[in-house]
Ligand binder design. Structure first.
Ligand SMILES: CC/C=C\C/C=C\C=C\C(=O)SCCNC(=O)CCNC(=O)[C@H](O)C(C)(C)COP(=O)(O)OP(=O)(O)OC[C@H]1O[C@@H](n2cnc3c(N)ncnc32)[C@H](O)[C@@H]1OP(=O)(O)O
Ligand SMILES: NC(=O)C1=CN([C@@H]2O[C@H](COP(=O)(O)OP(=O)(O)OC[C@H]3O[C@@H](n4cnc5c(N)ncnc54)[C@H](OP(=O)(O)O)[C@@H]3O)[C@@H](O)[C@H]2O)C=CC1
Length: 378
């Protein structure tokens, strides 16, 4: 038998062996600690798998091997590009204090990630907020933290937006707590990367139910109630840049987000007469736990993602917050049916036929130019 134990392979086998030993070590310990130790072992296995996966996709250069021994290093955030120093994110809240005084805001998925940042901003500017999603404990923690920070009340309400009856109950609860909202942000979403040939009908349905049906249930139910009470409001939906282009490997999300955009543009046209306006933000990649754990779980793609963003870095939740606050505020009452892309230029950079020519060096350009000039008259 021919064992080809190159340094690379030996290293990988050792890593996996260590992980197995650690997880086995956990199992033979006392009954009470078994679960936690197994979980640690599983995490090590996952980290080892991530390292192996990433190394296969983007082989490490010599001298970087020691880094791969540590899982946190293997999954380390990718660095911004040099030009990012021209474009530092400004996380300060942009609108004047009190911009949302006496306003009520309803944010789905407001307990985490971008939803949390938008809720924090609305609350800081005076709004009373209601945040809704499935995990009440997560919502409660966020609500307590933001309320303590801003002094304005944030109410957590458990709600699975896939269930229209649960949505109606959640809005009943909201009406009792705060009355109907002035600002609605449909931010809740579900997503995962998967080859489409591996998608089950329920996998498809789960994403489309959260993203498209969930947004529709919340928007239609709230819209009807607002119309009945003759109350105006601003609706904002958070979609994504690939709602426009489509994208492989996230096909249910792309399809559902495109549906959300059609829903919002249609209602902007139909329900303006009731004092309701509808707008859309398409964010580019922003590091949140919810998104990155499902869309880049190994960390292998972050560097290439940053590489195609002209601004040279990922976005921040606060950048989305500032845009969302403006679009939801009384400074933007003439804005309806708008789709605003906030992505550091990633969309146009991926779309342009010749944009890869960025990689051509000065010397190569001299050569190319000479070749083109030679064609004169031919
Ligand atoms: C890197 C960033 C760059 C760009 C970002 C651009 C856009 C980002 C868009 C986003 O939306 S990011 C936000 C992501 N956040 C979330 O997804 C949070 C909520 N997600 C969840 O709760 C789960 O991930 C969920 C969506 C799977 C829903 O959880 P639930 O418990 O309701 O579902 P199940 O676990 O029961 O699964 C339902 C169904 O789906 C199949 N499935 C689940 N995961 C996968 C997978 N990875 N691959 C294939 N299929 C999957 C699962 O097997 C079930 O189907 P079956 O019943 O088995 O047929
Ligand atoms: N981060 C990014 O790079 C990008 C994000 N986006 C969009 O931004 C928005 C926020 O994403 P992000 O903050 O990154 O990710 P998160 O995973 O942190 O946010 C998703 C939120 O949706 C809630 N949610 C999921 N399923 C349901 C459900 N059935 N009912 C009610 N709430 C639900 C989750 O709460 P819970 O689990 O408690 O239900 C969670 O708070 C999403 O619309 C996403 O598509 C778009 C482009 C890029």
């Amino acid at each position: 038998m021919n064992f080809d134990l190159s340094h690379e392979k030996l290293f990988t086998y050792l890593l996996i062996l260590c992980s197995i030993i650690i997880s086995f070590g956990g199992v033979v310990r006392t009954h009470k600690t078994t679960y936690r130790a197994c979980a640690v072992g599983r995490l090590n296995m996952a980290a080892a798998a991530a390292v192996v996966f990433r190394r296969n996709l983007f082989p490490l250069k010599l001298g970087q091997k020691a880094c791969a021994l540590h899982s946190s290093c293997a999954l380390r955030d990718a660095d911004p590009l040099p030009q990012a120093s021209f474009f530092p994110p400004n996380d300060a809240t942009m609108l004047p204090p009190g911009s949302f005084s006496d306003k009520v805001a309803f944010v789905t998925g407001g307990g985490t990630g971008l939803g949390r940042a938008m809720t924090q901003g609305l609350s800081q500017l005076g709004a009373t907020c209601v945040i809704a999603s499935r995990k009440l404990e997560v919502l409660q923690k966020t609500a307590e933290e933001i309320t303590a920070q801003t002094g304005n009340k944030v109410f957590p309400v458990a709600c699975d937006v896939r269930d229209p009856a649960a949505v109606a109950q959640c809005l009943d609860q909201m009406e009792k707590l705060t009355g109907l909202p002035d600002v609605v942000i449909n931010n809740a979403a579900g997503n995962f990367v998967s080859p489409s040939e591996k998608l089950s009908p329920n996998g498809w349905k789960t994403i489309v139910d959260i993203v498209l049906n969930g947004t529709a249930f919340v928007t239609l139910e709230l819209g009807k109630r607002l119309i009945r009470q003759d109350k105006g409001a601003s609706f904002l939906a958070i979609t994504t840049i690939y709602a426009e282009s489509g994208s492989g490997f996230v096909v249910p999300s792309a399809s559902a987000k495109a549906g959300v955009e059609a829903l919002y543009k249609s209602l902007a046209a139909e329900w303006g007469r009731y004092g309701l306006r509808f707008n859309i933000i398409q964010p580019g990649p922003i590091r949140t736990k919810g998104a990155f754990s499902r869309l880049d779980p190994t960390g292998a793609f972050e560097k290439s993602m940053i590489g195609r963003i002209p601004v040279g870095r990922l976005g921040t939740p606060n950048e989305i917050k500032n845009l969302a606050l403006y679009m939801s505020s009384h400074y933007a009452t003439w804005m309806s049916g708008a789709v605003v892309r906030l992505d550091g230029g990633e969309y146009v950079s991926m779309a342009g036929e010749f944009n890869d020519l960025r990689k051509v060096s000065k010397q190569q350009w001299d050569l190319i130019e000479a070749m083109i000039r030679q064609t004169k008259g031919s």
